[in-house]
Design a protein around this ligand. Structure first.
Ligand SMILES: [Zn+2]
Length: 313
């Protein structure tokens, strides 16, 4: 008996089949189409392809969305990246695929995957931040996923670390959120602002060539460019302010950083760790801060695990 996990991102959809031994097979990545129903069609299509290749029956499908899912109504409450607002994604998916469908927030599924199979195995209390286009958050308390009263919980990316900071994005009315300081979008903005002020710098030349974004800026930092490293250092220090509050709040066993921006590694985590170790209350400095283990597959693996645990129960 297999299950299928689907992770819907702003730019791509990753899907794979999970065998009963929890190994993942046939993982595929397709571009995310525009519009809620087009996304439903794309999910149904990729699931049908994976189910055809499966040697055994597919019993359930788990879908992670960059969205909050209302635990009472089952509706996708709000998702800027997919254009879903108060959208019933579960019903059309269930009708088309004819199997049990489970929906959840993508970062919540990533922390589930890290807890069961990744960088937080064997721990009870985990905090995860996924630094991508936006910033997602996942929390495990006492071995169980925390979702809040109605499923909207653990939007850690919208914890503000600078009350007068830059405006947040994606319908968040707050300022200086982790997402506004440390996301890929925020890094792109910071790299480009520097490039505009210093056109003769390596960042400036990359910008003039129309190729400067968070990914190319990170690559420049890894090559040792001091300006790009300086921008990552400041972003890392803001991340450290956030991690300090998360450690003080949850007293976790481990704090994991995932998402595409985590490719910065110690260029980001080093400054973050220095702030965290200096500022967290002494008893809550115990959790290691490290890059998540499952990389870009965490959301898809978590979606499959949710379906696996859902059809078992
Ligand atoms: Zn925000």
């Amino acid at each position: 008996m297999s299950v299928i996990g689907v992770d819907v991102g702003g730019t791509k959809i990753a899907a794979g089949r999970m065998a009963p031994d929890l190994t993942v097979h046939g993982a595929v990545v397709i571009p995310t189409p525009t519009g809620a129903m087009a996304i439903v069609d794309a999910i149904a299509g990729v699931v049908a392809d994976l189910a055809r290749e499966s040697p055994d029956e597919v019993r359930g499908v788990g879908v992670g969305l960059p969205a909050t899912i209302d635990a009472v109504t089952g509706l996708v409450a709000h998702s800027v990246q997919t254009g879903m607002t108060a959208f019933d994604a579960a019903t059309p998916l269930r009708e088309r695929m004819g199997v049990a469908v489970f929906l959840d927030n993508d970062a919540t599924l990533a922390v589930l995957a890290e807890h069961r199979l990744g960088g937080a195995r064997g721990t009870d209390d985990v905090v995860l931040l996924t630094l991508g286009t936006g910033v997602g958050g996942g929390v495990i308390i006492g071995g169980r996923v925390f979702r809040g009263g109605r499923g909207h919980g653990s939007e850690l990316g919208h914890i503000s670390v600078d009350g007068d900071g830059p405006p947040c994005q994606g319908g968040c009315p707050n300022r200086g959120c982790i997402e506004a300081m440390c996301s890929g979008t925020a890094l792109t903005r910071q790299f480009r602002a520097f490039a505009g002020a210093e056109p003769g710098s390596a960042l400036g030349r990359l910008h003039a060539a129309g190729r400067l974004d968070s990914r190319s800026g990170l690559a420049l930092a890894r090559e040792g460019d001091p300006d790009a490293i300086g921008i990552l250092t400041v972003a890392g220090e803001w991340l450290g302010v956030a991690v300090t509050s998360l450690a003080n709040t949850f007293d976790p066993d481990v704090i994991l950083i995932g998402g595409g921006v985590s490719a910065a590694g110690e260029l980001l985590l080093g400054p973050a760790r220095a702030i965290y170790q200096a500022r967290a209350l002494p008893p809550t400095r115990r959790a290691p801060l490290r890059v998540a283990a499952l990389g870009a597959e965490a959301g898809m693996v978590g979606a499959a695990l949710m379906a696996h645990e859902g059809v078992e129960s």
